[in-house]
Design a protein around this ligand. Structure first.
Ligand SMILES: [Zn+2]
Length: 76
Protein backbone atom coordinates (compact mmCIF):
# COMPACT_ATOMS: atom_id res chain seq x y z
CA UNK A 1 0.00 0.00 0.00
CA UNK A 2 1.24 3.47 -0.85
CA UNK A 3 1.25 6.32 1.61
CA UNK A 4 -1.77 8.59 1.42
CA UNK A 5 -0.41 11.87 -0.03
CA UNK A 6 -2.37 13.75 2.61
CA UNK A 7 -0.27 11.97 5.23
CA UNK A 8 3.04 13.02 3.70
CA UNK A 9 3.70 15.90 6.13
CA UNK A 10 3.01 13.51 9.00
CA UNK A 11 5.41 10.98 7.49
CA UNK A 12 8.11 13.66 7.20
CA UNK A 13 7.62 14.58 10.84
CA UNK A 14 7.82 10.92 11.77
CA UNK A 15 11.13 10.54 9.95
CA UNK A 16 12.53 13.71 11.53
CA UNK A 17 11.66 12.45 14.99
CA UNK A 18 13.11 9.04 14.19
CA UNK A 19 16.41 10.55 13.02
CA UNK A 20 16.73 12.44 16.28
CA UNK A 21 15.73 9.49 18.42
CA UNK A 22 16.10 6.22 16.47
CA UNK A 23 15.52 4.07 19.55
CA UNK A 24 12.12 5.57 20.33
CA UNK A 25 8.98 3.73 19.24
CA UNK A 26 7.56 5.06 15.99
CA UNK A 27 3.87 5.33 15.19
CA UNK A 28 2.61 4.81 11.66
CA UNK A 29 1.68 8.16 10.05
CA UNK A 30 -1.14 6.44 8.25
CA UNK A 31 -2.88 4.24 10.81
CA UNK A 32 -1.25 5.44 14.03
CA UNK A 33 -0.23 2.05 15.40
CA UNK A 34 3.22 1.46 16.81
CA UNK A 35 5.64 -0.95 15.26
CA UNK A 36 6.28 1.26 12.28
CA UNK A 37 9.61 0.46 10.62
CA UNK A 38 11.87 3.03 9.00
CA UNK A 39 14.97 1.89 7.15
CA UNK A 40 17.61 4.38 6.07
CA UNK A 41 18.53 3.63 2.45
CA UNK A 42 20.17 6.98 1.85
CA UNK A 43 22.69 7.59 -0.90
CA UNK A 44 24.45 10.50 0.69
CA UNK A 45 25.42 13.15 -0.12
CA UNK A 46 22.92 13.31 -2.96
CA UNK A 47 19.66 12.36 -1.34
CA UNK A 48 18.10 10.64 1.59
CA UNK A 49 15.91 7.63 1.00
CA UNK A 50 13.81 5.98 3.64
CA UNK A 51 11.84 2.79 3.37
CA UNK A 52 8.66 3.02 5.39
CA UNK A 53 6.87 -0.14 6.40
CA UNK A 54 3.87 -0.83 8.61
CA UNK A 55 2.67 -4.35 9.24
CA UNK A 56 -0.66 -3.16 10.64
CA UNK A 57 -2.00 -1.33 7.57
CA UNK A 58 0.35 -2.81 4.98
CA UNK A 59 2.03 0.48 4.17
CA UNK A 60 5.24 0.13 2.21
CA UNK A 61 6.83 3.08 0.52
CA UNK A 62 10.17 4.58 -0.36
CA UNK A 63 10.34 8.23 0.55
CA UNK A 64 12.94 10.61 -0.85
CA UNK A 65 14.09 13.70 0.99
CA UNK A 66 16.23 16.00 -1.19
CA UNK A 67 19.19 17.28 0.80
CA UNK A 68 19.09 20.97 1.55
CA UNK A 69 15.33 21.00 1.67
CA UNK A 70 15.39 21.62 5.37
CA UNK A 71 12.36 20.84 7.43
CA UNK A 72 11.21 20.62 11.00
CA UNK A 73 14.00 19.42 13.22
CA UNK A 74 16.46 19.24 10.34
CA UNK A 75 19.83 20.49 11.45
CA UNK A 76 21.98 19.35 8.56
ZN1 LIG B 1 0.07 1.68 9.46
Amino acid sequence: MMLDPAKLPEAMRTISAWRIEPEAPVNCPQCGTSGFVITDCSARPHAEWYRLQCAACGLEQMLNIPLGAGGPGGGY
